[in-house]
Design a binder for this molecule. Structure first.
Ligand SMILES: Nc1nc2c(ncn2[C@@H]2O[C@H](COP(=O)(O)OP(=O)(O)OP(=O)(O)O)[C@@H](O)[C@H]2O)c(=O)[nH]1
Ligand SMILES: [Mg+2]
Length: 373
């Protein structure tokens, strides 16, 4: 990681220089206003000091340019140092006051250069921006830092930050009804979530529930849902072809809710996603829910949410919140999916470990005021 400070008249100028020197992969990690040097600084507009960072691997040629700059500075400092030292030693006794002043100026210049070298080489020491620290603490993706910084500003950071997050979280208010499809990556907990919902809806809410699964790849997964269906005495159909999907949906049209399970697909495999889309369309869904685990790495969340976009999911279910201790992922998922959150799941117990959270629940989780495990 290379971290570098830029002083500029405004953010635009700083960004232009950062992009030029570090490339467009560089991220801003902090910014602050600083006084211009000297007495004039009190009366003129402030400068902006921006700290930017980039991974060494992405730095490429700009890294070389920076190393060269660092080298050049170092050489210049060394040269000055030698020059000053040789003067000092060679002329110690005959030094005149005028010469003394020049010597002092040179020493000062050399100090400044050395400081630059130290700053350039001793990277990562800059004190971190308060908002950035907060964001990292709760695992909100740093890709949202700049946007949040603009909204939060520089004062009352923690209060404003909480308010901004609160404004951006959205909870789905629709009741589940009709044909409800669940899609999402392998192993995130789709089948378990459906079993939990089927239990609650049929046993507690006394709704007429049907179950359909296109989860045909692994017999075990089908058996899992079939067993729940038998225990709860609700209709269950396994679907292999699209025609069967149509027939299964038709056979359950007197149910209040039909929960439709699908096999986990890789969001990167567009063939699989398109095939799944065809099945989903045949089910004539009233809602499509994307299921994603809270343990998903930040960098994978985007790939998954975008890969599944084709399925036009209109709400999100976040599973396995019991397996993590920070909940910034809820914000990350909301920001990237742009869809409301419908349920969270917090364990393997059917039907208990599922919750339709309120916004204040989510805010308490995100800000670490309530833990789930
Ligand atoms: N800790 C924890 N485990 C869960 C949760 N939900 C599901 N699981 C577990 O995750 C594993 C996978 O769950 P499944 O429901 O089979 O996942 P799936 O999305 O249907 O998987 P595929 O059908 O293979 O795509 C099982 O061991 C579940 O018990 C949860 O909220 N917390
Ligand atoms: Mg499954």
């Amino acid at each position: 990681m290379v971290i570098k400070k830029y002083t500029a008249n405004n953010m635009n100028e700083a960004l232009t220089r950062i992009r030029h020197e570090l490339g467009k992969e560089a991220v801003i990690i902090s910014q602050r206003k600083i006084k211009r040097p000297g007495i004039k600084g009190f009366f003129s507009s402030k400068l902006i000091e921006v700290t930017a960072a980039i991974e060494n691997s992405t730095l490429g040629s700009s890294k070389k340019a920076e190393e060269k700059q660092s080298d050049d500075l170092f050489k210049e400092s060394l040269h000055n140092f030698k020059r000053v030292m040789s003067k000092e030693i060679g002329t110690k006794k005959e030094t005149e006051p005028a010469e003394n002043n020049q010597l002092q100026a040179e020493v000062a210049e050399m100090k400044e250069l050395l400081n630059k070298v130290i700053k350039n080489t001793d990277k990562g020491e800059a004190p971190e921006d308060e908002l950035l620290t907060l964001i990292k603490d709760i695992d909100i993706d740093v890709q949202f830092y700049e946007e949040l910084k603009t909204k939060v500003g520089d004062e009352d950071i923690s209060d404003k930050f909480r308010k901004v997050i609160e404004d951006e979280i959205e909870i789905s208010k629709d009741e589940l009804s009709g044909n409800v499809v669940f899609v999402g990556p392998t192993g995130v907990g789709k089948t378990t979530t459906i079993a939990k919902l089927a239990g609650k809806l049929s046993l507690i809410d006394k709704k007429k529930v049907g179950l359909i699964t296109v989860d045909t790849y692994r017999i075990g997964a089908v058996e899992q849902l079939k067993t729940y269906a038998e225990i709860m005495n609700i209709p269950f159909k396994v679907v292999i072809t699209m025609k069967e999907m149509e027939e299964a949906v038709e056979s359950m049209k007197d149910c209040d809710i039909v929960l439709i399970d699908t096999t986990g697909r890789s969001s990167k495999n567009t063939m699989q996603i398109s095939e799944l889309r065809a099945f989903v369309q045949k089910a004539n869904p009233d809602s499509v829910n994307l299921v994603i685990s809270a343990t998903t790495k930040n960098r994978d969340i985007k790939t998954i949410l975008e890969g599944y976009k084709e399925l036009e999911y209109k709400s999100v279910i976040i599973t396995k919140l019991d397996e993590t201790s920070v909940y910034g992922c809820i914000y990350n998922i909301r920001k990237i999916s742009k869809q409301p959150l419908r349920f969270i799941t917090t364990g393997q117990n059917v039907p208990d470990d599922i919750k339709a959270p309120t916004k204040s629940d989510i805010i308490r989780f995100i800000f670490g005021e309530e833990a789930l495990c």
